[in-house]
Design a binder for this molecule. Structure first.
Ligand code: SAH
Length: 340
């Protein structure tokens, strides 16, 4: 077991089971996440407890294999303990450092515009491997991460429990203490898991990869739509939004001549209606498949204007990292490809 995979509750249970005061969990969290301690001996616990922890847990992070760095973005290729590779991205914004973490090796969803989906799913990442992405970035760049997007390689809700544990570790008091409103999980629309997410006491923000305003088009772009059609996805997102009084983001990649006409914008506005959703327009990033093109600035603006006229909240995703192949939909290490 790796200590970075333990939620506060699991660590408390571990101490209780071993006849120790569960409050020691907070001491461990403070040590490994706030003080950055990398040896159990430095936690300030008794010799007995230190020995026990050393026997039961590893305290290790993934190894950096490659580092790409530009003024506003960085990407790390990390090697996991079983030899698999994973990518993670840092976005340096004026208001703080945000990272985009991966949740699986490959992805089973097969969205046609996404590079990551071309790798097939090989396995889920463990909580410690997702936490490890964050800690490795903090250590490597000497920064404190203030926001987390769960939008790297993989479908987070296809690895629900590990992603939930990851969020619990991020938000734990005495630990990294990243607030749940500074974390966003993005799903291609796994409806039962959206309801499960809504059941959590303190879920992080929800984003839905929508990308099309009608079932015909969405099913062509995203195979998952045949299992969970648009109206079910919208209903689930609305349930989450109402239960937690939170705005839900609808992500929409602009694919030239495919989903970016003013008519599509009108359909999208009608679909959203009065719900507490907003649209995040995403410029398409080219991938190896290249059967899609980027919408022109004019088409993008025309789409934006239709949404605005219909009083739909809308933002444009700033383009980060395309020069490093670190942008949305471009993550997929050549290492993983070589092994696939
Ligand atoms: N599987 C999850 C999270 C990973 S994708 C999901 O589908 O939401 C993160 C975001 O990047 C999604 O909105 C996804 O649709 C988008 N994306 C995928 N390929 C892209 C591309 N080529 N250009 C721009 N965005 C892309």
């Amino acid at each position: 077991m790796n200590i970075y995979g333990m939620t506060p509750q699991k660590l408390e249970e571990y101490f209780t089971k071993n006849g120790e005061n569960p409050a020691k969990a907070a001491i461990v969290f403070d040590g490994i996440y706030r003080r950055g301690v990398t040896e159990f001996a430095l936690l300030g616990l008794s010799q007995r407890v230190t020995d026990r922890l050393s026997k039961d847990f590893a305290l290790s992070l993934p190894e950096i294999v490659e580092k790409l760095d530009s003024s506003d973005t960085a990407k790390l290729l990390l090697k996991l303990s079983d030899g698999e590779y994973v990518e993670t991205v840092l976005m340096k914004q004026s208001f703080g450092c945000c990272i985009c973490v991966s949740t699986q090796i490959g992805c089973a969803m097969g969205c046609r515009f996404c590079q990551s989906g071309r790798l097939k799913r090989r396995r889920d990442l463990l909580p410690e491997e997702i936490v490890g992405q964050l800690l490795t970035i903090q250590n490597e760049f000497g920064i404190k991460v203030s926001g987390v997007s769960i939008m790297g390689i993989g479908e987070p809700f296809d690895n629900f429990d590990n992603v939930r544990d990851f969020c619990e570790i991020l938000t734990a008091p005495k630990g990294l203490e990243i607030g749940e409103k500074h974390i966003t999980v993005s799903t291609c629309g796994l409806v039962p898991e959206i309801y499960r997410w809504a059941e959590l006491a303190h879920p992080c923000n929800l984003a839905i990869s929508l990308h099309a305003p009608n079932d015909d088009l969405r099913s062509q772009l995203m195979p998952i739509n045949r299992r969970y059609p648009l109206d079910e996805v919208i209903k689930a997102a609305q349930h989450f939004s109402e239960k937690h009084n939170r705005r839900v983001t609808m992500e929409y990649i602009m694919l030239d001549g495919v989903n970016d006409a003013p008519l599509h914008a009108q359909q999208l506005a009608d679909l959203i209606g009065e719900r507490n959703f907003y649209v995040n327009i995403i410029p398409y990033n080219p991938t190896d498949a290249d059967c899609f093109g980027k919408s022109s600035r004019d088409r993008l603006m025309a789409f934006y204007d239709v949404l605005k006229k219909n009083r739909i909240g809308v933002t444009m995703r700033r383009e980060f990292g395309s020069e490093l192949k670190a942008a949305c939909g471009q993550l997929s290490s050549d290492y993983t490809k070589a092994k696939a």
